[in-house]
Structure formats: C-alpha cells, structure tokens
Design a binder for this molecule. Sequence first.
Ligand code: UD1
Ligand code: CA
Length: 457
Amino acid sequence: MQQRIAVILAAGEGKRMKSSLPKVLHRLCGRTLLGHVLGAVDPLCAEKIVVVGHGADSVRKEFGDSVRYAHQERQLGTGHAVMQAAPLLPPSGLVFVLCGDTPLLTVDVLRSLQVVHEERGAAATVLTSRVPEATGYGRIVRDTAGGLSRIIEDRDATGEERKIDEINTGVYLFEAAALHDALPSLRNDNSQEEYYLTDVLQILLQKGLAVAACVNDWRLALGINDRAQLAEAETLLRARINTQLMLSGVTMVDPETTYVDAGVHVGRETVLLPGTLLLGHTTVGEGCAIGPHTEIRDSVLGSSVVVRHSVITGSVLDDDVSVGPFAHLRPETRLHTGVKVGDFVEIKKSDIGRGSKIPHLSYVGDAEVGCDVNLGAGTIVVNYDGRQKHVTRIGDRTFIGCNSNLVAPLSIGEGAFVAAGSTVTRDVPAEALALGRVRQINKEKMAARFLQREEEG
Ligand code: UD1
Ligand code: CA
C-alpha cells in the first residue's frame, strides 16, 4: 500500500470571523474546526502536517505533538502554504491536502476521492461540489468531454464563468512526486498576487498528467468563513450526530432541541428529552432518561439513570441513580448505585455511597458519604471556613435531621443520628445521637396573653 500523508492548511487569519481566536480553533459541536478535519483524515493518514501561521502558538498548544507543523510566516496563498510543508513530505506516495475550516468532511468522502483518483490513474484529484450559492469559491471549468480544464478563482472569473455552480471544495489528493515537481513552477501573477494551489492542477494538466474531479454533496465540504456559516455547519453536524444516535437505538423526542457533542456516547434505549445538552467527554449508558432541560458535561453515567432539569459537570453516576429536578452536580462528584439526589441540591467534589438519599434543598461539598445515608431537607455541609476547604466524613446508615449544619472538618460515625436543626461542630461517634441546638422551653398558657399584648401594643 502507498504511504498516505495529509497536509492541512490552517495559516489564514479568518478575518470574517471577527475574532481574536484563530478561525480553526472555533468550535462546532464541542470540537475545534481543525479537530474535526483531523478526525476525518485520521483513519486514512496516521501522519498529518498542519500549516500554521496566524495564531500558530494557540494551534500548537491545542494539538501538541499529535500532528507535525509547518510554519508559514506570511500568508502568500494556498500554494505557498503547501510549499512550506513540502520539505516534510515523502518523495512518493499520496498526499491529501485539506483546509482546516471544512469541519463537515467525512472519512467516506476522502475514501471516495481516493477511489476516483486511483480509477483514473490521476496525478491529482480535486473534490468538487455543486452549490446553491457559488460566490467566493473557485469555479470548476470543464472541457467538452467533461474533464477538468481549469479552476478559476471567483475574483479572476469572467461573468460567464461566475455562473458555473460547480466549485472547488479545497480538498485534493496528489501523487507526492507530481506535487513536488509542480510546486516550484507556481507563480503569483494573479489579482491577489498569491501562489494558488489550484495552479498546480493547471500545471499538471499542461504536462499531460491526468487530473480528475470528484463531485460530492456540498454540505460535506462547507467551508466556514464567518459565524453565520459556523452556525449553519453546526446545525448540519448536529443533525448528522442525532441521526446516527437514533439509528443506533437512542430515542429523541425532539432532535431539533437535543444537542450532543461530537464523540459523546449514548447507550441503547436511552431517551433524550427536549432541551438536553450532552457535552464534551460524556458517556451515557443504556436505558437512561435524560432531560428535559438538562446539561451534562464531561461526565460518565451508568445505565438506567434518570436526570431531570439539572446541570451536571465532571461527575460520575453509577447505575440506577436519580437526579433532579433542579440539581447541580459539580466536578468530582461520584454517585454510587441507587443514589437519589432531589430538587435544589448542589453537590461538589463528594463521594455519595450506594443507596444514599439527598432528597431536597442541600449543599454537600468535600464530603465522603457512606451507604444508605439519609441527608434530610436543608442539610448543609459547611466545608469552607473563609480560608480553607475541609472534609466531612459521614458513615453508613447515618440519618441527618432536617436543617442541620455539618461544620467541617467533621466525622460522623456509622449509624449515628443527628437531630433536626443541629449545628454539628464536633465528631459524632457511631450509633450516637447528636443534639446541637438550643433546648426548647414551653411556657404554659402564654400564647393567648402574648397575642393580647401584641394587639394592645
Ligand atoms: C480556496 C481556493 C478556492 C476554493 C476555496 C474553498 C485557492 C487559490 N483557492 O480559496 O478555489 O473554492 O479555497 O474554500 O486555493 N491558507 C493558508 N495560507 C495561505 C492562504 C490560505 O494556510 O497563505 C489556508 C487558510 O487558512 C484556509 C485555506 O488555506 O484554511 C483556504 O484559504 P482561503 O483564503 O480561505 O482560500 P479561498 O480564497 O477561500
Ligand atoms: Ca475560504
């Protein structure tokens, strides 16, 4: 098999994004534009060279050494960009050239490009598409036999040529040897004084080397230039992700309002209700019911988990857990099997043991809670003394009465009972009853006299 390598052009500024962030680092369904492109070529090309220029440091920081880089000091055109990568390319083999701003490309499209390339025995093959609106793109001019005759840039095109609706997507497959041969002959004698990569095709045509064009669905090669196109691409990609999930056995009551990032896993028989967002590195098991109106980010959920109207970040929920409505789980929360977290509960960096319940109006932070514990309504773990966070340990089968303050650092032994309304500042031994509140006094027959005085006063 021939060696395959990918060159991704990502040195341009992306002026129309009106952004301080390099264009290719803008995100679509949770992943950068460049990340999507790299993901599409990855199954075909282990080795990828990214041409960086504008915002090069940020791009290098984002992708680290997962790719190689070629630096383009000044952006003198797409052909010039490929010239910067040329020293890193092998003398022979196949070179895919792609742009960093076409996030909807799929590996299947690239495979079909290679099929056409090999069938035609071409030195270069360009991916084209027929688009509803061709303005701004290079147009594909074909000869009478239907072969590619040349690519003309929008600004260099005549009125007649501008009517052509077949465009250059900016995706190419080259024989490395032919590319190496042609690059040094590129000239910048055009309206932009740029070295056009498209002229390589022209040069190969003149040399009598076969050049082919492979037509594809325009949606797959949509290039992002501004934030309106970014939103358009996001809608298309979201629909693609949702369709794949539904075909794999996930129910979506309303796909239009269900937002699942690229790379999120959802198990079969899970139901996603309207207004659900599954973001970042998230995995949801089988038979869960998520939503409505729920945001889950960077979290792992087991099977048969129910989450309603809640926000969950950086947490792990085991099987049969139930959360919400209106709960907030913050990073490093772990809910073991069968835990129930109810309404208006916030949990941060805490481990809640099997079968424990925190049904209403509680804050739990920096706590290790055992199994089958019941935290009554209004339980507050007082984990912060204004300077430092402290840990609270609550043993198995303890019962914390309503409206208790558990002042950390604190340890409550197994099977202990904290009376409602207590402020607990000292450790509680196992099986003990802790009462930490003012003793109640009852004044006989005082109620009526008390009320009378109020009226007179
Ligand atoms: C290019 C094509 C055009 C095609 C279109 C598809 C040429 C001459 N024209 O035009 O036929 O229809 O893409 O979107 O190739 N880049 C660099 N360095 C540079 C210039 C560009 O890295 O010096 C990168 C950009 O970051 C971008 C890609 O190359 O990712 C395309 O550049 P862009 O300026 O958008 O090219 P177009 O003028 O749109
Ligand atoms: Ca472009």
